[in-house]
Design a protein around this ligand. Structure first.
Ligand code: AMP
Ligand code: MG
Length: 347
């Protein structure tokens, strides 16, 4: 009798951990957008999950090519057409990403500004890797700041488009990964998959649950440790922008890839920002915009972008949290000083 009890207990444990379930988790790694994307699909027959993985591989390979900021492909072609200043029909591979970016630039007061490709390139965060011997000349930055390229410099006529700013060059590095993950989740849903996570190095969207439990994820501290942990379920995206990702040092000064459109220089004051939101494209763009808005101005930008869950770590060790984020984030770092900031709900 005792033995029977022990066996049933073991069985329950195995089942709830997903090890003995009919359809255990299927995981795969896909390389795209210069990062490894981990996809986990649960409660789906192995054969279906494997087919879904193949389709995701193809999707990410296509998006990687379509949106690459400096290699040959549809985005590079669009940039050449914009540069020419004449009317053209934008590529259907680029158009949706461009269109969804426009309201995000406006809501962020153009802190999220995918028209800044030339500045990103000047600082060495496109094909040419940045280094101390090739820092941009102040005059080059000044010239681009004066031309002030924005998506609002695009003119539309039916399905035709032209730019009236020769400094405008598109770079979707701050939103493409998010939109790509949204498209991946759409595809999984079309295939009937209800429980999955698509995780590009900590930037992710998860739907459903993991074998009856919430998905558990870690939030990186810029110093390489873990800042905290989150449980997510239902349908949520978590995105982090940090100064630790693509960077170099010159004379002890840090140069990283998030450019403040107001100064033309890498943004200062923030070390990292994590945002939780429903769709991944908005979460991605918002994390970048709030990073630039910094410790003093992020609440206003979060409000106008409709973001209620934010954790912003400044360069003084202050961790600013919205009340909703404070309730959810399990802090695993006791060095930070918590500042809870209530932002008025969006109207
Ligand atoms: P993220 O890691 O999502 O914050 O995106 C950073 C990437 O977006 C950079 O590597 C650049 O390609 C691009 N980027 C840099 N600064 C900006 C900006 N102010 N607005 C939009 N995209 C930017
Ligand atoms: Mg982003």
């Amino acid at each position: 009798m005792k033995r029977l009890g022990l066996i049933s207990l073991l069985l329950i444990l195995l089942l709830t951990s997903g090890c003995l379930g009919k359809n255990p988790a299927t995981s795969e790694r896909i390389l795209a957008f210069g990062t490894l994307i981990d996809v986990t699909i649960v409660e789906t027959p192995r054969g279906e999950a494997t087919k879904a993985m193949e389709q995701l591989q193809q999707l990410f390979a296509r998006l990687h090519r379509d949106w690459h900021a400096w290699e040959e492909g549809p985005l590079q072609q669009t940039n050449q057409q914009l540069q020419a200043g004449t009317w053209f029909t934008p590529s259907p591979q680029v158009l949706p990403l461009l269109k969804l970016s426009i309201p995000l630039t406006e809501a962020s007061e153009h802190l999220f500004n995918p028209a800044l490709g030339r500045l990103v390139d000047l600082w060495g965060f496109q094909g040419r890797p940045g280094n101390c011997t090739q820092l941009p000349q102040p005059a080059q930055i000044q010239a681009l700041l004066q031309q002030n390229p924005r998506l609002s410099d695009l003119q539309w006529q039916g399905d035709q488009l032209r730019s009236n700013n020769s400094a405008l060059r598109l770079d979707f590095g701050a939103v493409g990964k998010g939109y790509g993950i949204d498209l991946a989740i759409d595809l999984l849903r079309q295939l009937g998959i209800r429980n999955a996570m698509v995780n590009a190095g900590g930037d992710l969207r998860a739907i459903g649950h993991r074998s009856g439990r919430p998905w558990r994820i870690g939030i990186k501290h810029p110093n390489g440790n873990v800042l905290g942990a989150l449980e997510i379920s239902g349908d949520e995206s978590v995105f982090t922008s940090g100064n630790y990702e693509r960077r170099y040092y010159c004379d002890g000064k840090l140069y990283h890839h998030i450019i403040d459109p107001r100064s033309g220089h890498p943004s200062v004051g923030t070390d990292s920002v994590t945002v939780i939101h429903s769709d991944a494209a908005t979460a991605d763009a918002a994390a970048t915009a709030l990073f630039i808005a910094g410790p003093d101005h992020w609440p206003g930008i979060a409000q106008s972008m409709g973001i209620g869950q934010v954790a912003l770590l400044d360069n003084q060790g202050n961790l600013y949290l919205t009340p909703e984020m404070e309730k959810r984030l399990k802090l695993l770092n006791d060095r930070v000083r918590i500042r809870v900031v209530d932002i008025a709900p969006a109207e």
